[in-house]
Design a protein around this ligand. Structure first.
Ligand SMILES: NC(=O)c1ccc[n+]([C@@H]2O[C@H](COP(=O)([O-])OP(=O)(O)OC[C@H]3O[C@@H](n4cnc5c(N)ncnc54)[C@H](OP(=O)(O)O)[C@@H]3O)[C@@H](O)[C@H]2O)c1
Length: 248
C-alpha cells in the first residue's frame, strides 16, 4: 500500500525538490501540493493524506504542524523556526492524536554526521565556533542547523573535563564575535551562490580541528526526506533530528 503524501510549500525550492523525489518512489505518491493560499486542513481530509511534508516559513510552521496532526496525518518538518516550547506542545498533541512529528533542521546525511562528530569532538575540545553560510534571501539567522549543532556541542561539553573559555565579551572592541548560543559563537554569512555550508572549528592548545560540510544541490536533502516520510508511519510523538531517525 502506498503512502499518501502532501507537500506543503510545494512551490518553493525545497518543496519542488521534495515533490520530485517523492514521485520517484514506488511506495509513496503525491496526492496534493499546497501553498500559502490553500486550505491545508481540507486537503488532508479530502485526500486522506498519511504524511504532510512541511517546507514553508518559520512564521507558519507551528500552526501548520497543529493542523497536520489534528487532521490525522503524520508531519515531516523541514521548515526551521520551531522553538523548544513549540516542540513540547507538538509532542503532547502528536501523542494524543497517535501520530508522529519528525522535525529535521537538516535532511542532508553528511550534515547530520558533521553535527554528530561535533558532539564527539566537544567532549575533548570545549572551545568551538560555527561559521554557516546560506543564500542571501534566507529569512532566519542563525540557521536551524547551526543552532542544532550548538545544542549538540553543549551536550558533548557536559561530559568534558575542560570547560570552554568565558562567553563572548560584549565590549565595544568585540562587536564581530558572533551570536552566542549556549556558549558557542555562531557567524552567519548570507550570499548569492550558496545553498547551505557550515564549518565547525574547535580550538586546542597549538592547533585547530575543522569539520566542514558543503551542500552543492538540494538533492542532498532528499534521501533524508524520503527516509523520514517512511519512518513517520512507525513513530509516535515528536522526533527531533535526522540522526534519531537514522538511529545514530
Ligand atoms: N531541513 C532542511 O534540510 C532544510 C534545507 C533547506 C531549507 N530548509 C528550510 O525549509 C524552509 C523552506 O525553504 P525554501 O528554500 O524552500 O524556501 P522558499 O523557496 O521560500 O519556499 C517556501 C515556500 O513556502 C510557501 N509558504 C510560505 N508560507 C506558507 C504557508 N503558511 N503555507 C503554505 N506555504 C507557505 C512560500 O510561498 P510564498 O512564495 O507565497 O511565500 C514558498 O513557496 C525554510 O524554513 C528553510 O530554512 C530546511
Amino acid at each position: 500500500m502506498s503512502i499518501n503524501v502532501i507537500v506543503n510549500g510545494a512551490f518553493g525550492k525545497m518543496g519542488e525538490a521534495t515533490v520530485a523525489a517523492v514521485r520517484q518512489q514506488e511506495d509513496m505518491r503525491i496526492v496534493a501540493t499546497t501553498g500559502r493560499n490553500d486550505d491545508l486542513a481540507a486537503k488532508i481530509t479530502h485526500h486522506t493524506a498519511d504524511v504532510v511534508v512541511d517546507m514553508t516559513h518559520p512564521d507558519a510552521v507551528f500552526n501548520n504542524c497543529i493542523t497536520i496532526l489534528q487532521k490525522g496525518a503524520h508531519a515531516v518538518v523541514g521548515t526551521t523556526g520551531l522553538t523548544d516550547a513549540n516542540i513540547t506542545a507538538l509532542d503532547t498533541l502528536a501523542k494524543k492524536e497517535k501520530k508522529s512529528c519528525i522535525n529535521c533542521p537538516n535532511f542532508a546525511i553528511g550534515a547530520v554526521l558533521m553535527m554528530q562528530f561535533s558532539k564527539q569532538a566537544a567532549t575533548y575540545l570545549s572551545d568551538a565556533e560555527i561559521i554557516e553560510a546560506h543564500r542571501k534571501e534566507k529569512v532566519d539567522s542563525p540557521s536551524g542547523t547551526a543552532l542544532r549543532t550548538a545544542d549538540l556541542i553543549a551536550e558533548g561539553r557536559s561530559d568534558a573535563l575542560v570547560q570552554p573559555s568565558d562567553v563572548i565579551p560584549q565590549e565595544e572592541s568585540q562587536k564581530a564575535r558572533g551570536y552566542n548560543y549556549k556558549g558557542t559563537p555562531i557567524h552567519s554569512v548570507r550570499l548569492p551562490g550558496v545553498i547551505a555550508d557550515q564549518q565547525v572549528i574547535f580550538g586546542e592548545l597549538g592547533g585547530t580541528l575543522t569539520l566542514s560540510h558543503k551542500t552543492t544541490s538540494r538533492e542532498a536533502f532528499m534521501p533524508g526526506v524520503i527516509l523520514c516520510i517512511r519512518q513517520s508511519m512507525h513513530r509516535l510523538g515528536v522526533v527531533v533530528g535526522l540522526e534519531k531517525v537514522m538511529g545514530i
